[in-house]
Ligand binder design. Sequence first.
Ligand SMILES: Nc1ncnc2c1ncn2[C@@H]1O[C@H](COP(=O)(O)OP(=O)(O)O)[C@@H](O)[C@H]1O
Ligand SMILES: [Mg+2]
Length: 309
Amino acid sequence: MQTSPPIQVTGLHQRYGGFEAVAGISFDVREGELYALLGTNGAGKTTTLETLEGHRPAHAGTVRVLGRDPHRDRRDVRPRIGIMLQEGGFFGDLTVAETVAHWRGFTPRPRDPDEVIGPAGLADRADVRVRQLSGGQKRRLDLALALLGRPEVLFLDEPTTGMDPEARRATWTIVRDVVDAGTTVLLTTHYLEEAERLADRLAIMHRGRIELAGTVREVVAGHGDRISFRLPERFQVAELPALGGVRAGIEVDGGRAVATYTVTGQGLQAGLYDLLRWADGRRVALDGLHARSASLEDVFLSTAEGADQ
Ligand SMILES: Nc1ncnc2c1ncn2[C@@H]1O[C@H](COP(=O)(O)OP(=O)(O)O)[C@@H](O)[C@H]1O
Ligand SMILES: [Mg+2]
């Protein structure tokens, strides 16, 4: 039985020359969990993944995969993990079926080719040469190869970059099935929706650090729900009500002033109630009234801005 989490990162630092690409990060991924590293380009996601895949030793700190050091114990660890690199390398002249057959030769207990080609949505492409595949199909072939060896731990570096929305959705289904079957997955992405859909927990990385981590709900909590409407013609901002103690701010949208409130905690429902009562009492129509809960996007943008200041 696995006692410690399959992926453990403690105080990891990673440098390229004098440049610190990963500046002391820690996180664990539990068995059967999908954990997403979310971040803009250059955040240090690929560097972190490559360290966990055993491509290079940690500069400082420790990483453990399946309880072992993935660099030092590469021979033991490598057969138990699946890797989908950010840039896969294929022989363009081989067909999809030939590529899978070739890779099976490197894998101790490979699945049947059909077990990976079909779910990857490549059944009708099996005899097509790899160089003729679309970008999205190549990514899915990469995913199929990563699954070939029945990995206990799967690393996916931006698995859906370059895919159209339909292919992206199909890939999410495959990944979700893999997780449901008990595989532990660490995935990097810069797509918020991908992290929101797939991740049991996630970390937002920026410039080599983890700025926030937890479930989507935890990460979003306390980041402010929003209420907005067009400033009614006959009112000044100062005349608008405070909602749960929050005063309105003004943004300009398409040449029109828009009143906005950012409320936290239980403020959205209570604030809306106060606002509607106020409007009702004064017979004000609230044009363009908009209320929404904080999203991962709000948090992501404010994290990057905050960290850059
Ligand atoms: N081989 C390398 N040599 C020097 N700098 C690198 C190298 N690889 C990555 N970097 C730099 O390290 C930082 C993190 O890169 P990376 O881990 O690829 O981030 P991400 O995957 O989040 O986009 C970036 O600033 C990148 O330019
Ligand atoms: Mg990357």
